[in-house]
Design a binder for this molecule. Structure first.
Ligand SMILES: [Zn+2]
Length: 494
């Protein structure tokens, strides 16, 4: 038995000015991981591809890993990058295999395709019409027919922050093993509702997504081989952006459709609770000052690198500095230029840098606005660390050359590669213990909860600026299907 196992992941923010060439998929290497390297990089990790490798090894299968490519969210994936990744997977399947297990995202938009994953699966299906294919997806999948029609089993994350990447791949891969043994015949029903849940309201600690995900787990414990609600990724102006569901049953389409409809109807009924209400930044910071006990998380959620943010807007950090908040650690400002300037100055040097604001954001009519900051270069690092978990435990992260700039009141982490703060390791690896700080400014939306919610005394959401804005009025939607809630106030599903 020979199985092709591959990873190709990107969440595309079509409003993001950050480019997505093949190098962005490299995670600190010159290129993505190919062949044996892909196996070595992810074997034994808490990743989806790691789970697929574990399944295949348990079964004693021959494993082929053509590529493991994973990039931080950003703008449209460049066509040549997409072609390289897809070609690698297709060539491996062309060489002959008995099954494929794919660790994909589900919200990849390329310069040419709205549905990068669907196009890949369509090509694979042409090459191997009967190949059993397990597809593991992110909860932010914007689901298309081609993904479902050309997979044998589809399963997506049931947690946000995503701490079940490994388990999700198990939920897709284990039923595939049963398919190969002739034990089950999967039937899949998918569908969507015209709704665009705000990312800030999608966390699985909160109603309504908590309840929806609980129900998918109940279905899997009983009637379904796999059940998934995708909350969708709204910062993609494409036809099928938004909430969807897919249910896989054993040879029972009617049951799959019934369970799918239950999930979609429940989500639609809760649509108002998926709308995020914005608090003005001044109000948020005034509240922050009144909290006695730390750490208080100041969440700069309009500029999240794990949703396509430039990670260099200075609005929230600027307000923190202006308001004179003390004992703050900030993660992070992406500014390779400032990093090089501070490395040249050396540890201990006092520097004045023009920080952040290097990237314009034409989709929201904003120019990058740097902020002049003076401080001491406290620490210089290569920016590599392994996640402590629970998110992607053991996976090597790479912030690129990184510096801690200490203004006396605020320790600002400045990095050269995008990295969302979702793990305490991002601070600990730079000599900052986040548990001892009064305030933590984090450029994140929901993922910070994985590492930081357990240590946070209070969370204060700060409306800054950026292409991950939680204010849909700042985004010009041209391609998403209309009407769609809450862009259009509709009462019945279309
Ligand atoms: Zn996601």
């Amino acid at each position: 038995m020979r199985v092709v196992i591959a990873m190709m992941k990107h969440e595309t923010n079509t409003f993001s000015p950050v480019p997505t060439p093949i190098e962005r998929f490299a995670r600190g290497q010159a290129l993505p991981f190919y062949g044996e390297e892909a196996y070595r990089a992810y074997k034994g990790t808490g990743s989806g591809i790691g789970a697929f490798i574990d399944i295949a090894e348990e079964e004693g299968w021959e494993i082929v890993t053509p590529i493991a490519a994973n990039a931080w969210p950003s703008g449209l994936v460049h066509d040549d990058a997409y072609r390289q990744m897809v070609d690698a997977i297709c060539q491996a399947v062309e060489q002959g295999c008995d099954a494929a297990m794919l660790d994909l995202h589900g919200a990849m938009v390329t310069q040419s395709y709205e549905d990068g994953e669907g196009q890949l699966l369509t090509r694979l299906r042409k090459i191997a019409p009967d190949l059993p294919i397990a597809t593991a997806l992110d909860m932010h999948t914007n689901l298309y027919e081609d993904i479902v029609a050309n997979s044998t089993i589809v399963a997506g994350y049931q947690t946000y922050p995503h701490i079940d990447t490994y388990e999700t791949a198990m939920r897709a891969g284990r039923p595939l093993v049963r398919v190969l043994k002739g034990e089950v015949i999967p039937t899949m029903a998918w569908g969507n509702r015209p709704m665009l849940p705000h990312v800030m309201r999608q966390g699985t600690d909160d109603y309504p997504n908590k309840d929806l995900q609980t129900r998918t787990k109940e279905m899997e414990a009983g009637e379904a081989l796999a059940a998934t609600v995708f909350t969708g990724f709204p910062h993609a102006d494409i036809q099928n952006a938004g909430l969807s569901a897919v249910v896989v049953t054993d040879n029972d389409m009617a049951k799959a459709e019934k369970l799918r409809d239950e999930l979609l109807d429940t989500a639609w009924g809760a649509r108002e609770a998926f709308v995020y209400r914005i608090e003005p930044l001044e109000t948020s910071l005034a509240r922050a000052k009144t909290v006695e006990d730390g750490p208080v998380v100041l969440l700069d959620h309009y500029d999240n690198a794990a949703s396509g943010g430039t990670m260099d807007t200075m609005t929230v950090l600027g307000a923190i500095l202006r308001e004179g908040l003390e004992d703050v650690a900030a993660f992070a400002i992406h500014d390779p230029e400032a990093v090089q300037q501070m490395i040249a100055a050396g540890v201990g040097a006092t520097v004045t840098v023009s920080l952040g604001g290097k990237i314009d954001m034409p989709s929201i009519n904003l120019k990058g606005e740097p902020l002049e900051v003076t401080g001491r270069v406290k620490l210089i690092s290569d920016g590599q660390y392994r996640n402590l978990g629970p998110a992607s435990k053991g996976v090597l992260m790479d912030m690129g050359p990184s510096v801690v700039l200490d203004t006396g009141k605020v320790e600002i982490v400045v990095i050269s590669r995008h990295q969302e703060p979702n793990d305490l390791g991002c601070f600990l690896s730079l000599g900052i213990d986040p548990r001892t700080k009064r305030y933590l400014m984090l450029k994140s939306r929901i993922h910070y909860r994985a590492g930081f919610k357990p240590i946070a005394k209070e969370i204060i959401e700060c409306a800054g600026t950026g292409v991950c804005t939680s204010d849909y009025d700042q985004l010009e939607f041209k391609n998403v299907r209309r009407p769609i809630y809450p862009l259009d106030l509709i009462n019945e599903p279309g």
